[in-house]
Design a protein around this ligand. Structure first.
Ligand code: PLP
Length: 433
């Protein structure tokens, strides 16, 4: 397999830095080795960059492109709406249909409210929980990411050794310039430790517990058996609103998201990413009793672009496809092959690795010899080694996230996965030598 070069991308990013800061528009797109890439188009499981490379893509826009790049049905639905209206500043039949589809698929979704991004939807869910309970304190977990704003960016990517004792964690801001008082009512905890959490809930002063029901932003880690059920029960008992952040897992790990797959229903859930295959749609969905508090207008929620009609048309087309029986089966099969193939490639080269998560979104934790059960279990991940691996992999035509996550689409078929696994073996042998 020929080794690709990325010199045009590197030059373009460098030159553009005189106008676009750092040449990128999100921190998640910087620091990519050998260079942040510049793309011309996407087709199915592939991206074409300005150096003429055709790359198998496992970034998938950081999750949304579950039907691959440029799926005909989604594009046609959006184009049709483009001709008749971009933004009404009022309601359209499209948003009612999109909400009805969410309600059909997602167990907790008796009511839906659309928002502009996952970050915004999280803010709405927390505000709602505080209004409904009349309490201020919120619990979030180390390594769980809920957006980049001041109130929730705590202990997301801090090195685990800086988080203090596991029983008495030190909350760490995630950004320079973060308004620290905005986090004064946020308590961080180490995830997957039922007793500490249940004990804290028993004080009866917690408005909400927010978590990724499966920790996909760090490690690809499942809740221990019984953990989610115990949290669910204790939240109900003490009047705490349980929020599952399904921005990654929603519509991706199955039509009903992680909550359906794991059999635990939260009070509220956040959706974004795979809901509209690349169009900007996010939503809070949840129990009528909680969500209906929004109806009297006393809880402020705005957003000029909420339920934007073109994006709603795309969301309906995407969800229509994902609701079909067997829609996730191909990803399940191909993701399982990839997880096993990647694990074997490293193991056979004598490099320890733990691969965790769902076939549709899994994480490769290089250097681990023990299965992690939370963020602290990721302390020994060999980040530098994995970064070398993804750079080598890119040279062999496969684009995967440097933080270890792999997103699948319905377009990743047998042949593409075979090709990926050959590239993986080639890249492993390069970094192993
Ligand atoms: N929640 C989770 C679990 C996420 O993974 C992300 C983004 O990656 C967000 C919230 C924030 O969503 P957005 O980037 O749409 O603001």
């Amino acid at each position: 397999m020929e080794n690709r070069t990325f010199t045009r991308s590197a030059e373009r990013v460098r030159a553009a830095s005189s106008t676009v800061v750092g040449g990128v528009n999100s921190n998640f797109r910087m620091g990519v080795a050998p260079t942040p890439l510049v793309f011309e188009r996407g087709e199915g499981a592939y991206l074409l960059d300005i150096d003429g490379n055709r790359l198998i893509d496992y970034y998938l826009g950081l999750g949304p492109m579950i039907l691959g790049h440029s799926p005909r049905d989604v594009i046609d639905a959006a184009k049709q709406q483009l001709d008749v209206g971009l933004l009404y500043g009022g309601q359209s039949e499209l948003e009612y249909r999109a909400a009805a589809l969410i309600a059909e698929m997602v167990p907790c979704a008796e009511r839906v409210r659309f928002a502009g991004s996952g970050t915004e939807a999280v803010q709405l869910a927390l505000r709602l929980a505080r209004a409904v309970t009349g309490r201020s304190a919120v619990i979030k977990f180390e390594g769980h990411y809920h957006g980049w704003v001041d109130s929730v960016l705590w202990s997301t990517s801090t090195p685990p050794e800086q988080l203090g004792p596991e029983d008495d964690p030190v909350k760490q801001p995630g950004s320079a310039g973060q308004d620290l008082p905005a986090g004064q009512n946020v308590e961080t905890m180490s995830w997957n430790r039922a007793e500490t959490l249940l004990e804290r809930l028993r004080k009866g002063d917690i408005a909400a517990v927010i978590m990724e029901a499966t920790m996909c932003n760090s490690g690809g880690i499942f809740a221990r058996p019984g953990y989610l059920e115990a949290v669910r029960e204790e939240c109900t008992r003490h009047g705490t609103v349980l929020i599952f952040d399904e921005v990654i897992t929603g519509f991706r790990v199955g039509p009903g998201g992680a909550q359906k797959r794991l059999g635990v229903t939260p009070d509220l859930a956040i959706f974004a990413k795979a809901i509209a295959n690349g169009f900007t749609v996010a939503a809070v969905a949840g129990r009528g009793e909680v969500m209906d508090r929004l109806a009297d207008g006393s809880i402020m929620h705005g957003g000029t672009y909420n339920a934007q009609p073109v994006a709603m048309a795309a969301a309906i087309a995407t969800m229509d496809r994902l609701a079909r029986p067997g829609a996730h089966d191909g990803m399940e099969r191909q993701g399982t092959r990839l997880m096993q193939g990647i694990e074997s490639a490293f193991t056979e080269a004598g490099i320890p690795v733990m691969v965790g998560g769902y076939p549709q979104i899994f994480t490769v934790n290089l250097g681990l010899t023990e299965k992690p059960c939370n963020y602290r279990g990721l302390a020994k991940v060999n980040k530098a080694g994995y970064r070398k691996f993804t750079a080598a992999l890119l040279g062999h035509g496969v684009r995967a996230l440097e933080r270890g996550a792999w997103f699948l689409s319905t377009e990743h078929d047998d042949a593409i996965v075979d090709q990926t696994l050959s590239a993986v073996r080639a890249a492993v042998s390069e970094v192993a030598t």
